[in-house]
Design a protein around this ligand. Structure first.
Ligand code: ATP
Ligand code: MG
Length: 212
């Protein structure tokens, strides 16, 4: 049995064509089904539906053989025990620093002020500001980061941006680009060895189907 871990929403939708290219079709839609284990057209392949940030953990421990996870999530997780053979080039966005439109970020940084930064991506934020030599107090949030600067919880946020519409709608501006983000295929290293005959052809089919 090959178990593939996916999260609902854009990753599931954008991974489906790649699965199809490998001859794998989901028999149920996770958006309408309450099942967490979804059968496929192949008796030896199943999909499990987990939180986006939990995908690396399932694959790391071998509960899933393969998964699809955003680079944002992989950076936070650290990638221990994971083989990352393919950039699938899906769910593309950017990791950015954003502040209120009326906040003078450059002079705050220049003056060496201690910056309060709210984010779900604590590790990414810590690494980014440490590399710049900017002192920060990090505040861990689990969602809706855009709210934090508006109500005085923080000076800045570190968050994913694609169109920038959410920032604009909340009177925020992006001031720094940290990284380009896309989703990666992750494979359990032991599974790759033990189930090489099953997994390698899937990897080859995914690689061929990636839209550059
Ligand atoms: P949850 O909603 O369960 O807390 P999440 O918000 O991280 O998890 P999604 O919003 O579905 O889940 O994001 C899943 C992945 O999609 C992220 O890890 C990231 O790699 C990517 N992603 C997030 N936001 C965007 C975006 N605006 N545009 C493109 N890709 C994105
Ligand atoms: Mg979400």
């Amino acid at each position: 049995m090959i178990t593939i871990a996916l999260s609902k929403g854009r990753i599931f939708e954008e991974t489906l064509p790649l699965l199809n290219a490998a001859g794998i079709t989901a028999l149920e839609d996770p958006e309408s089904s309450r099942k967490l284990i979804l059968p496929t057209n192949r008796a030896d392949v199943r999909l499990i539906i987990v939180r986006a940030s939990d995908v690396p953990t399932y694959v790391q421990y071998g509960a899933a053989d393969i998964g699809v996870a955003g680079k944002d999530v992989l950076n936070e997780h650290g990638g221990i025990g994971l083989y990352q053979p393919l950039d699938l080039n899906i769910a593309r966005c950017r990791m950015m620093v954003a502040v209120r439109e009326d906040f003078d970020y450059d002079s705050a940084v220049r003056q060496g002020a201690r910056l309060r930064v709210a984010t779900k991506y604590v590790q990414t934020a810590r690494d980014h500001f440490a590399a710049k030599g900017v002192h920060v107090d990090l505040i861990k949030l689990y969602g809706s980061m855009e709210l934090a600067p508006l109500v005085g919880l923080s000076d800045a946020i570190v968050d994913l941006v694609s169109s920038g519409n959410t920032l604009k709608a909340n009177n925020l501006k992006a001031v720094e680009h940290i990284a380009d983000i896309s989703s990666r295929l992750v494979v359990n290293q032991a599974a790759l060895k033990l189930k090489h005959g099953d997994i390698q052809p899937m990897l080859d089919a995914f690689a061929k189907a990636i839209v550059k």
